[in-house]
Design a protein around this ligand. Structure first.
Ligand SMILES: Nc1nc2c(ncn2[C@@H]2O[C@H](COP(=O)(O)OP(=O)(O)OP(=O)(O)O)[C@@H](O)[C@H]2O)c(=O)[nH]1
Length: 528
């Protein structure tokens, strides 16, 4: 025989003893379906469950764990006794077999006697009462725990990965992601009852002071912050950016209400929270649609990640306002939805981190290199020179400087134009680069002037290299429409030594040597 559920008619509240004694005059409804919806209204319901005859194995009364203010259950013990359990809002009792539901053991010796339930609820309540064997409870429970554990593992892994990104890149976006996922996974732990088992004192926290509501508010505020950064709203869409900031601030105010002393008894904090939570899904959707229309990068990925969780949040809002019937999925679906969101957003954040790193490398390259010749620019050259000078000064690492300057380059420009001039500069730098030893640092000092820094190289080797450069440039012919352009270069060499007192004077000496080389007719090398 299947278990039968009846509801007490005609009275909202009766003393427990009266009901249990089967007081005359109590009217019970016709058998009810085991799954059904109770309307909202903050009422007390009395239910009677006839579990049917006991057969062999241990059986349990189960009740899906859905928000309710309190539940009392009287379990028959033996032929006449009763065992009374009381549970508060999301307050699991360690005696219960299950986390996803309340489960109370039925005494085989009380065969045939009914179970009485007293349920107090504020909002609409989806009731799912049943009788199950120990194996049935355990099978349901292990499935539930496996799903929850998998989801929490995914969240933990993505959280750690993004923490690493934040430590590496110091972009606030990653910290917001970490905060959002930490708050939402903690919320899951509380919303499924686990948290109250671990932190027993929190069970006494009542709405609006519920840790679960606080975590949900903080998690959503951080998620909005992540959205703001990830979609680049601040620079791309001012209106959306402002909307998201206002909404995130409202959520932080809600979070504050959850912990404000004295807000517990008032009605407004709960209403404020309901209103604010209701605004989150439609406003996020509005921003995503705007961003999709603008083809903002990353929007598709964000939309895909957020959609299951966003849909679930919207359904929960509809449940709050009584538009949709709640079901176990509106609560238990949150874990997979948040894990999915975490996984996709995490991958998106990884991709963004790789892009950022590429952009940073490019920016660093642009900041340190000359765009025309791809040699180091003067700023970077001066920094390298200072470093090498230090090495010479402290450890006597030899250092030679070649000052290379094109001969009569102005004429090339004047005769053939700047474009040909540019081409000549590129051809010359290519030719010089091929001659340089690996340790050499090649810098465009300015205009047609280049510097080659040669650390750890003897002066005779530097001299040989300078002569090679002059010879190599000498044979270069750049073809143009008006024939070939012949080029020439002169080199001045200076070496770090006792007579030189600074890096700047080392370069100055090389420049003076160069001046002599030019003065003697060019296409030659002069040593300082
Ligand atoms: N095409 C081109 N020309 C440049 C660039 N930078 C500087 N110049 C030119 O290089 C020339 C350098 O001229 P000067 O410093 O007078 O030297 P020079 O004509 O080579 O004469 P000497 O050095 O005395 O042999 C100038 O005409 C500049 O306009 C550049 O990036 N591209």
């Amino acid at each position: 025989a299947t278990p039968q559920l009846h509801m007490l008619l005609g009275s909202d509240d009766i003393p427990a003893e009266l009901a249990l004694a089967g007081a005359p005059g109590l009217r019970w409804s016709e058998p009810l379906p085991n799954q059904m919806m109770f309307p909202a209204g903050g009422r007390v319901r009395w239910l009677r469950l006839d579990p049917g005859p006991q057969a062999g194995s241990q059986r349990w009364v189960t009740l899906a764990r859905l928000p309710m203010r309190s539940i009392d259950v009287w379990l028959p013990q033996g032929a006449t006794g009763w065992h009374h359990h009381h549970d508060g809002f999301f307050q699991p009792n360690p005696d219960h077999r299950a986390l996803h539901a309340f489960a109370w053991p039925l005494d085989p010796a009380a065969d045939g006697r009914p179970v009485y339930l007293r349920i107090e609820h504020g909002g609409r309540l989806f009731l799912d009462v049943d009788v199950s064997s120990t194996e049935g409870v355990m099978a349901m429970e292990s499935k539930f725990v496996a799903v929850l554990a998998t989801c929490l593992t995914v969240l933990a892994v993505m959280l750690l990965a993004n923490l690493m990104f934040w430590l590496n890149l110091r972009d606030r976006m990653y910290l917001l992601y970490v905060g959002a996922m930490a708050a939402l996974s903690s919320w899951l732990v509380f919303a499924t009852g686990l948290g109250y088992l671990w932190v027993s004192g929190l069970a006494d926290w009542r709405w609006p002071g519920s840790p679960s509501g606080l975590l949900l508010a903080l998690g959503n505020a951080a998620l909005l912050g992540f959205m703001h950064g990830f979609l680049g709203l601040a620079t791309g869409d001012r209106l959306a950016a402002r909307t998201i900031r206002v909404l995130a601030t409202a959520l932080l105010v809600v979070a504050l209400c959850f912990v404000l002393p004295g807000s517990g008894g008032a009605r407004w904090p709960g209403l404020l929270a309901s209103w604010t939570f209701s605004l989150v899904p439609p406003l996020m959707l509005w921003v995503l649609v705007r961003q999709l229309q603008r083809r903002a990068p990353g929007t598709w990925l964000f939309a895909l990640a957020w959609l299951p969780y966003g849909t679930l949040s919207a359904i929960r809002t509809a449940v709050t306002w009584g538009w949709v019937d709640p079901s176990p999925w509106t609560l238990f679906g949150a874990a997979p939805a948040i894990a999915f969101q975490s996984l996709v957003l995490g991958l998106a954040a990884v991709q963004r981190a790789l892009e950022l790193r590429q952009e940073r490398d490019l920016a660093l390259r642009l900041a340190s290199h000359d765009p025309l010749t791809a040699t180091l620019n003067r700023r970077e050259g001066e920094a390298r020179l200072a470093h090498m000078w230090q090495a010479w000064h402290q450890r006597h690492v030899p250092l030679s400087v070649l000052f290379v300057d094109m001969d009569r380059f102005k004429q090339v420009n004047d005769r053939h134009g700047h474009e040909i001039g540019d081409r000549c500069l590129r051809v010359v730098t290519e030719a010089v680069r091929e001659l340089l030893p690996p340790r050499a640092v090649f810098v465009r000092w300015g205009g047609d002037e280049f510097i080659v820094l040669l650390p750890g190289i003897r002066v005779d080797e530097a001299l040989r290299l300078a002569n090679d450069i002059v010879s190599a440039v000498d044979v270069i012919r750049v073809s143009t429409e008006d024939g070939h352009v012949a080029l020439g270069a002169s080199v001045g060499i200076a070496q770090a030594g006792e007579a030189v007192d600074s890096a700047a004077s080392l370069v100055r000496r090389a420049d003076q040597a160069l001046y002599r080389a030019k003065h003697e007719g060019g296409a030659r090398v002069a040593l300082a």
